[in-house]
Design a protein around this ligand. Structure first.
Ligand code: CAA
Length: 258
């Protein structure tokens, strides 16, 4: 597939997508979002790929939805075309884990795309923000919801109401990112982590992702029941038999994704 706004490669069993609109700070124009959706769907369908890394450039993960493309649009147009829905959904619908490797600016829709991924590894120069309020709108791709769940009301409200950016260190201690690494090592580290995930049992990884995500949609008792049922279901897999037998026999497991 030939893409104009992203680059796509595989490294071992990891799919690596880099947003690539350097002149526009990787602003998320419609063409970029469509390409991102196609690339994610292709990796989702590729049995050789077990996990995905989504990154940008050192300067910008993405500086948000494309303001120049959006500026003149009207209500009926954005409502009827379901703007910020089609294409963007591919990220949250993907069943394989996606790690966002964020360096530089992750603003507005850029921060929201990072938060749609399963977790964020940040380069030490990362800056997160929801500056929509400063251009007369509000976050529209989940920012008010996912940011609030990730870092709590006080910080999310301050960021959404003022547009203040959060640096990598603050993002780590607030729970927005799993870890901060030197920016020069970010993509390699993210690919290494994704490679670890991809080396594990594919169905068990997918069940685990489903179970963690259920924590955002359910009360505690319901979530724990859901987790328990998925846990029980892992005992119907060959990979559970193999994983536990390998532990007992002091050898590395060979998972069959079955
Ligand atoms: N849309 C379109 N173009 C953008 C853009 C965006 N979101 N962000 C940056 N660009 C463009 C600039 O217009 C500029 O293009 P020109 O060279 O043609 O003028 C180029 O990228 C470089 O940007 P700057 O000159 O501004 O670079 P800087 O280093 O001085 O500043 C920045 C970098 C702080 C990221 C600044 O560009 C900025 O504030 N960008 C906008 C951030 C923003 O408001 N994002 C929210 C968008 S709305 C949204 O995302 C809605 C939603 O919830 C989905």
């Amino acid at each position: 597939m030939a893409f104009e706004n992203i680059t796509v490669e595989t490294r071992g069993n990891v799919g690596l997508i880099a947003l690539n609109r350097p002149k526009a700070m990787n602003a998320l124009c419609a063409a970029l979002i469509a390409e991102l959706g196609q690339a994610l769907n292709a990796f989702e369908a590729d049995d050789a790929v077990g996990a995905i890394v989504l990154t940008g450039s050192e300067k910008a993960f993405a500086a948000g939805a494309d303001i120049k493309e959006m500026a003149e649009r009207g209500y009926m147009d954005v409502y009827m075309s379901n703007f910020i829905t089609n294409g963007w959904e591919a990220i949250t619908k993907c069943r394989k884990p996606i790690i966002a490797a964020v360096s530089g600016f992750a603003l507005g829709g850029g921060c929201e795309v990072a938060m749609m991924c399963d977790f964020i590894l940040a380069g030490d120069n990362a800056k997160f923000g929801q500056p929509e309020i400063t251009i007369g709108t509000i976050p529209g791709a989940g920012g008010t919801q996912r940011l609030t769940r990730a870092i709590g009301k006080a910080k999310a409200m301050e960021m959404c109401l003022t547009g203040r950016m959060m640096n990598a260190a603050e993002a780590e201690c607030s729970g927005l990112v799993s870890r901060v690494v030197p920016v020069a090592e970010l993509v390699d580290e993210a690919v290494k982590v994704a490679g670890k995930i991809a080396s594990l049992s594919r169905p068990i990884v997918m069940l685990c992702k489903e179970s963690v995500n259920a924590a955002f949609e359910t009360g505690l008792a319901q979530g724990i029941t859901f987790e328990r049922r998925l846990f029980h279901s892992t005992f119907a897999t060959l990979d559970q038999k193999e994983g536990m037998a390998a532990f007992v026999e002091k050898r590395a497991p060979v998972f069959q994704n079955k």
